[in-house]
Design a binder for this molecule. Structure first.
Ligand SMILES: NC(=O)c1ccc[n+]([C@@H]2O[C@H](COP(=O)([O-])OP(=O)(O)OC[C@H]3O[C@@H](n4cnc5c(N)ncnc54)[C@H](O)[C@@H]3O)[C@@H](O)[C@H]2O)c1
Length: 300
């Protein structure tokens, strides 16, 4: 029996990177998936690709801007209607941006706020509207207890100084605390809330961070950079699937039923194991200025 058979799973930021890998693994585990993302082209391409691979995949894509309350509310409401069979059992928020970089005395307030609006406001909105629709569903059924789960993406940058840009780190630290607070409250409604703190994983975000390039070339350059700094044998670099598997563990009502208010670090021990950071120091001017320009060109 597939672990998430017929479960309704909402994945925000599901068009690329970690979110896309999570969509794929939940589909393989039998879930019915609603993927939301602001990048509608990437989302359409992802849905088309996944449906071509398995035409029976119960997958719907929907535009969602995680920093816009009406948009997040509409996504959660859509997950409560056919073709979905029940309100969400699992919600995962993978939406994120690298956001503003550079020295703090050169950082403009608008860029600071934009990063926070996607990460912290977005996480608040996802938890809020997940709780609204999850609480509507009966959790005590004839078949037993139906436990629901929310998983949010934090970062090791939210746990240690100097690993990520200022607004990125600050907003991720706030996400870890928001997850703990929400978990303490929502556990009474049988909803668990946990976070994942990944280390550096090659995606379009690390492509921008390490190579000023979000394309497949940039992601490959990021992978090469990470391979030359990894503490693991055989130049082993973390993958989007490594993070997706950890997300699925925390989402599982079978394997993680007693895990709540936790932030799981998935970084090969880089943060706590003394292997040192694999990312450049994000507030150095020499690094930050070309990055700032590259991001400006893309309107990030
Ligand atoms: N890749 C890493 O090294 C790493 C490390 C730590 C944490 N994370 C976190 O993991 C999550 C996923 O990142 P990723 O590496 O897969 O990046 P990614 O750029 O590949 O994917 C991020 C997704 O979020 C979407 N998105 C951006 N803004 C959005 C918005 N306003 N509304 C809805 N969707 C939006 C993007 O379109 C994209 O599909 C992020 O929260 C990121 O901060 C990533």
């Amino acid at each position: 029996m597939e672990e998430f058979a017929n479960h309704t799973v909402v994945i925000v930021g599901g068009a690329k990177g970690i979110g896309l890998a999570t969509v794929r693994l939940f589909l393989e585990a039998g879930a019915h998936v609603l993927a939301g993302d602001i990048d509608t082209d990437a989302l359409e391409a992802a849905v088309t690709h996944l449906k071509a691979r398995s035409p029976q995949a119960a997958l719907v894509g929907m535009k969602c801007d995680v920093s816009d309350e009406a948009s997040v509310q509409a996504l959660m409401e859509a997950a409560c209607r056919p073709p979905f069979l029940s309100p969400p059992n699992v919600v995962v928020n993978c939406a994120g941006i690298l956001g503003a970089t550079g020295p703090i005395d050169r950082m403009d307030y608008e860029s600071w706020r934009k990063t926070n609006s996607v990460h912290l406001d977005g996480t608040f909105l996802v938890i809020k509207h997940s709780a609204i629709v999850m609480k509507r569903a009966p959790w005590q059924q004839d078949t037993g207890v139906v436990q629901r789960a929310i998983v949010c993406l934090a970062s090791i940058g939210g746990m240690k100084g100097g690993l990520a840009p200022h607004p990125y780190s600050a907003s991720k630290a706030a996400i870890i605390q928001l997850v703990k607070n929400a978990a303490a409250e929502l556990v009474h409604s049988n909803i668990r809330v946990n976070a994942i703190a990944p280390g550096a994983i090659p995606t379009s975000m690390t492509g921008i961070a390490l190579a000023s390039d979000a394309s497949a070339d940039g992601i490959e350059k990021a992978r090469e950079h990470l391979a030359s700094h990894t503490p693991m044998p055989n130049r082993r670099v973390g993958s989007t699937e490594d993070i997706a598997h950890a997300i699925m563990f925390l989402a599982s009502p079978v394997r993680a039923s007693y895990v709540n208010a936790h932030c799981m670090v998935v970084d090969a021990g880089i943060t706590e194991g003394g292997a040192g950071p694999v990312m450049p120091h994000f507030s150095q001017e020499s690094w930050a200025v070309p990055m700032y320009d590259a991001m400006g060109k893309r309107g990030v």
